[in-house]
Design a protein around this ligand. Structure first.
Ligand SMILES: [Zn+2]
Length: 162
C-alpha cells in the first residue's frame, strides 16, 4: 500500500444520498465507523479505490486542509440545497415559478399534457436553453433537480483532488 501519491476522486455525503436515516460508512483504512462523508481515494499503482474518512483522506493526500475543505464544501452544498425551494421564487406572467440565480433563469413549469407533473428549464447567461426531460410529481422535486443541475454546471461541489 503506497503511503503517498493518492488523490481524491470524489466525496459523497451519505445523508444527502439516503436521507436522515442514512447508513453510515466505515473507513477502509482505519476502520472508523459512523462516517457521513466518504472520500474516494485513487492511486495510479492500486487497482482498487479506497473509501475513507476525512482524516485518512488527509493523510493519504498529505493534505488535511483540503480533505477538511472538501467535507465543508459538501456540507454547505447540503444546506444550500435544503434552502433552495424556499428562496424567493417568483411567479411569471404565464403562472410559472422562476428564479434568477448567477445569471441563470430557472423556470419550473407544468407538463402541457398533465398539469400535475412538473419539470424545469434553464436559460444560461449566454442564452443557451436547457430543457430537463424528467418529470417530477411535485414542484419541490423539480426545484431540487434544478439545483442539482446548477451545482453540476457551476461546479458548486467541486473538490480538491490533492
Ligand atoms: Zn480512516
Amino acid at each position: 500500500m503506497p503511503h503517498k501519491g493518492w488523490c481524491c476522486v470524489g466525496v459523497f455525503d451519505l445523508m444527502a444520498e439516503q436521507g436522515d436515516d442514512y447508513q453510515s460508512g466505515v473507513c477502509e483504512m482505519c476502520g472508523k465507523e459512523g462516517l457521513r462523508y466518504i472520500h474516494v481515494m485513487s492511486h495510479p499503482k492500486c487497482k482498487k479505490r479506497k473509501k475513507v474518512g476525512c482524516n485518512c483522506a488527509g493523510e493519504m493526500m498529505k493534505n488535511y486542509k483540503n480533505s477538511k475543505q472538501n467535507e465543508r464544501c459538501l456540507h454547505n452544498l447540503f444546506d444550500r440545497r435544503k434552502r433552495w425551494p424556499d428562496l424567493c421564487w417568483k411567479e411569471s406572467k404565464s403562472d410559472n415559478l422562476y428564479l434568477n440565480k448567477n445569471g441563470y433563469n430557472i423556470v419550473i413549469y407544468e407538463d402541457d399534457n398533465n398539469p400535475a407533473e412538473h419539470t424545469f428549464r434553464i436559460v444560461s447567461p449566454e442564452g443557451e436553453h436547457y430543457y430537463h426531460s424528467r418529470i417530477f410529481n411535485t414542484i419541490d422535486e423539480a426545484m431540487l433537480a434544478a439545483f442539482d443541475w446548477m451545482a453540476e454546471e457551476l461546479k458548486w461541489s467541486a473538490i480538491k483532488k490533492k
